[in-house]
Design a protein around this ligand. Structure first.
Ligand code: ZN
Length: 300
């Protein structure tokens, strides 16, 4: 079995059967065994210090009084972990313990399992901020099951909302030999390149979406579409589904509305990537990077 991608398999037992057990949840929230993962406006909490280090806090009544939302994440080595949202504070709180940072900047510098826990907490809290009102009747919704469901407060409606994921396919397209396609979008950091990707649409299989996106963005038909692996990408709620495929012709017709550019690159070019504003590989915590590295090792 392949090793998990970054942000996947965080060593967490989600213990879903405990979410709706209000008595158990209340007991855990007042237990000193319980760990709190703080968030403030989508930023995660890190210790003060020269290199990024995750900060989880011991649960206490005083700490949780300042939280506007608590979500039960699960158990790690038997210890309950909760995300707590402190976004109600105008300025970042808890300064004596650490500081808040955006995981999109520091995630790749954290140990794999801790990174996974933090992006899960981020996604869980952010879902609530985006679903405060019922999409059917417009009434406010309320958190249930310790943050894993929201319910419309209008008794005639009472619609239940559950966190949804946005599936996206991401695919390494090669020529069956020494070359693969990389592209870049205008708003990316200078030199940044990636394999192609796009969201799955209703009524499509994953394979349909892979073929459509490659043709839309690069104008190339593909064959031999194979699943590789997946990666949670909760910025805010994607799941990346990784594939490889072989191009059936080499001529690219790049859609300049979607991409600034796309082109064929050789293994040598990637091995000698200057990692500067002229060309750089995808960030280390991305499945795009994983696909490229596996292909360079001959595993795709
Ligand atoms: Zn409603």
């Amino acid at each position: 079995m392949k090793s998990p991608n970054f942000y996947a398999s965080g060593g967490l037992d989600r213990a879903a059967h405990l979410r709706a057990d209000d008595n158990w949840i209340a007991e855990q929230l007042s237990s000193r065994e319980t760990r709190i993962v703080p968030l403030w406006r989508t930023q995660n909490f890190l210790r003060h210090g020269p290199s990024p280090e995750v900060a989880v806090l011991e649960s206490s009544r005083g700490l949780l009084m300042g939280a506007e939302m608590v979500v039960f994440l699960g158990l790690i080595d038997g210890r309950p972990h909760f995300a707590a949202d402190f976004s109600g504070y105008d300025d970042p709180p808890l300064e004596e313990h650490g500081h808040f940072r955006d995981m999109r900047g520091v995630g790749q510098l954290l140990p794999h399992q801790e990174g996974a826990l933090l992006v899960y907490a981020r996604a869980a809290v952010q879902w609530h901020a985006r679903h405060r009102f019922c999409g059917l009747c417009g009434s406010p919704t309320e958190s249930r099951q310790c943050g894993h469901m929201r319910q419309c407060t209008n008794p005639d409606c009472a619609t239940q909302l559950f966190p949804r994921l946005d599936p996206a396919v991401i695919m390494l397209v090669h020529d069956g030999g020494d070359r693969l396609i990389l592209g870049r979008q205008r708003n990316w950091a200078p030199g940044q390149h990636s394999v192609l990707a796009g969201f799955v649409e209703s009524g499509e299989s994953l394979e349909d979406a892979v073929a459509r996106e490659v043709f839309e963005e690069a104008g190339v038909r593909i064959t031999d579409i194979h699943y590789h692996s997946s990666q949670p990408w909760p910025f805010p709620s994607s799941i990346m589904l990784g594939f490889s495929a072989t191009a059936t012709d080499m001529t690219l017709h790049v859609d300049r509305d979607e991409l600034e550019d796309a082109a064929w690159f050789t293994r040598d070019q990637l091995l000698n990537s200057p990692e500067d504003d002229s060309f750089r590989l995808p960030r280390k915590d991305s499945i795009s990077r994983r696909l490229i590295e596996d292909w360079m090792r001959g595993e795709i």
